[in-house]
Design a protein around this ligand. Sequence first.
Ligand SMILES: [Fe+2]
Ligand SMILES: [Fe+2]
Length: 352
Amino acid sequence: MKLPTTYLKPGMKLEKPVYGSCGELLLNRNIVLTKRYIEALKKNNVLVVEVEGPVPLKEVEVKEELSAAIRAGAMQQLYSFVNRKDMSIISIKESVEVLLEEILSGREVIDQLVDLCSLDMYTFAHSVDVCVLSLLAGIKLGFKREKLLALGVGAILHDLGKTLIKPEILNKPGKLTQQEFEAVMTHPLKGWKLVEEREGDAIHPRSKKIILNHHERYDGSGYPRKLKAGEIDLFSAICAVSDVYNAMTTDRVYRKAFPAHEVYEMLLASCNSKFDKEAVNALLSCIKPYPVGTMVKLSNGKVACVVSQNDSLPFRPKVKVLPSGEICDLERELSVVIEKVLSPEEMRQLIS
Ligand SMILES: [Fe+2]
Ligand SMILES: [Fe+2]
């Protein structure tokens, strides 16, 4: 299996030869890695190698930030795939592979990145975020590489059908009329038809199911087919939870983002009523809503900076209140909650 060089350990055996940036052979297959070899690979900027597996993916921790450039690249590929008929699904598969490698190499996922995007690009940014969240949940569930790629491709394409809905409806600031709402509800089927006609067997059947089923709900209240629990594939269930989490924690033209802890509670409360419990638990266990350094507004009106995570209660980190510098452990201060994450713009306004 492919493994980022940061996760190599002495004793692992190379499954394929490794080449340098100019195509020169660095290490041949079957070589057993030593500390020196691993250092040499890193020095030569080799990011990923194939070693004899299996290496349990669950053990890979999520640490540094997922690069904004990688996300932007995936968004761009998705945009081209939608707008250029000559672009094949291979470009999408490659984007998902890059995202997966980044996550496996220990990049931490920061939420709310879609704020940086223009309205037109919202669907693309949201799609990449939903893909990242679905991959994280899939890794938690111990999925092997092939399954993860099928999950990721379906998730990144889940809202493909929205590109066929009028932007005036998608970006309408007010409440949708019944007719407009019905138009939006056609996007799963439209997206499914689009990939079916354009890509056919080149796309995994479970990836296609995600596009069609990501708005189905556990209790049969979803659309378009009102499927129920046992009829909804786990991949679609994972994408459904990731989709709702990302959409609700993001500002939209018609409403402000909900605080992450409220969405967390809502998803927990909807286990096995709206959403599959396994999918909810997998996703919520890998979300770090307030990374160290995040500026937040507390429910007591004070501004604070997150200084350390709380793994068992991710919505109650330790914060430093500004400007006093007083440390407040939200695990103990139960009457105070984080109300919202402050954007750089809001920070600038506060300072001025
Ligand atoms: Fe959707
Ligand atoms: Fe979506």
